[in-house]
Design a binder for this molecule. Structure first.
Ligand code: PEP
Ligand code: MN
Length: 363
């Protein structure tokens, strides 16, 4: 249930209302809107509570029941017109506003491999005017024998990238991760804590979308910093499950979540498409939720020759941003080389996608 306080509501009236919420054993979150009016999200099973229970309190303007299973990420929870751009709650990363008029491109390698590779890609990406660089330091791989990432050393390289090129950083957090050191020992990393202390945007990968304890921990540990989270859709998760996973993070204290579509598993075999790009889901998420929607054309297609088509289709369908894998030498990439576009192709995608964004947005 969403309670909008009246313009002239006093703090005493709001406190009395909160007591009434607590008296029934519900949790709540207060959103202090930039319009100066507070909105209170009441959380829990409210099926046995009438709207009038709250509406009759002094200082309440209106009460809206959200019947969807996801509450705070739902479109109805459009609490503050100043932070909503056409119904989407924008997420700010430095100067970059995600979910507003401008399309946001995040680009970089699948995996961080070496100082030379990271710096060389960063130089191109920054030179192209891309504001955010991606790159995994901890790679949750399907095979235990595949390269597992550079670990903490990778995060340190990303910090250098931020310093030298002014790029913001998106990188994936996982749970515990054992990282192979040069001396052959497996170093124990608390990846979530490491990533929180380095990243500007924390990526939750498709494999962890349903790790509910992890999502909870992430929401709680970023409650103060409100570091933006890029939540990827599980490859076999429904959109309802996806939105509920986002709700986990928001309900635990961090409202700055972005939804990232990265393709789903269908009967298609991966000779043609690694996953199936879920373009139709973009419109669904824009209609159902108030969160920015990012599209990942790299994992969706699996092949660099198909990345541009999927990117342009996604932007035409309303995606607010693209997460694209690029590499200085795709043929030599240690992870996902076949789907990494060259830097020239990235520039082409960016130019074309930006044109489509203005067409769609200004219509
Ligand atoms: C990635 O972005 O490199 C990645 C591992 O993505 P996903 O979680 O979507 O497979
Ligand atoms: Mn990848």
């Amino acid at each position: 249930m969403i309670i909008h306080m009246a313009k002239d509501a006093t703090p005493e009236q709001e406190n009395a209302l909160l007591k009434r919420v607590e008296a029934r054993g519900f949790e709540y979150q207060i959103i202090h809107g930039s319009t100066g009016i507070d909105v209170i999200g009441v959380l829990g099973d409210l099926s046995g509570v009438e709207e009038s229970y709250f509406a009759e309190c002094d200082g309440v303007d209106k009460v809206i029941r959200i019947s969807k299973p996801y509450k705070m990420v739902s479109r109805e929870f459009a609490h503050d017109s100043k932070t909503l751009v056409k119904g989407t709650k924008v997420v700010k990363v430095g100067e970059t506003v995600i979910g507003g008029r401008e399309l946001t491109i995040m680009a970089g390698p699948c995996s961080l491999e070496s100082s030379e590779q990271v710096m060389s890609i960063a130089e191109y990406v920054a030179g192209m005017g891309v504001p955010i660089m991606r790159g995994g330091a901890y790679k949750p791989r399907t095979s235990p024998y595949s390269f597992q990432g550079m670990g903490l050393r990778g995060l340190e390289l990303l910090a250098q990238v931020r310093e030298h090129y002014g790029l913001k950083i998106v990188t994936e957090a996982t749970g515990l991760h054992r990282h192979m050191c040069e001396d052959g020992n497996l170093e124990r990393n608390n990846v979530l804590e490491n990533v929180i202390s380095y990243a500007d945007i924390i990526q939750v990968g498709a494999r962890n979308m349903k790790s509910y304890g992890f999502l909870q921990e992430l929401g709680i540990l970023t409650k103060q910093s409100k570091t933006p989270i890029l939540l990827k859709r599980g490859d076999s998760s429904t959109l309802k499950d996806f939105l509920l996973a986002a709700e986990y993070i928001v309900a635990n204290g961090n409202p700055n979540v972005m939804l990232c579509l990265r393709g789903i598993r269908t009967f298609e075999d991966d000779r043609f498409q690694r996953f199936t790009p879920d373009i139709g889901a973009i419109a669904v998420l824009k209609q159902e939720s108030n969160l920015p929607v990012i599209f990942d054309p790299s994992h969706s297609t699996g092949y660099r020759s198909r990345v541009r088509a999927a990117s342009l289709a996604a932007v035409a369908a309303g995606a607010d941003g693209l997460l694209i894998e690029t590499h200085n030498n795709p043929a030599e990439a240690m992870c996902d080389g076949e789907q990494c576009v060259t830097h020239d192709e990235l520039a082409r995608i960016k130019a074309q996608a930006e044109k489509i964004r203005s067409l769609v947005y200004d219509e």
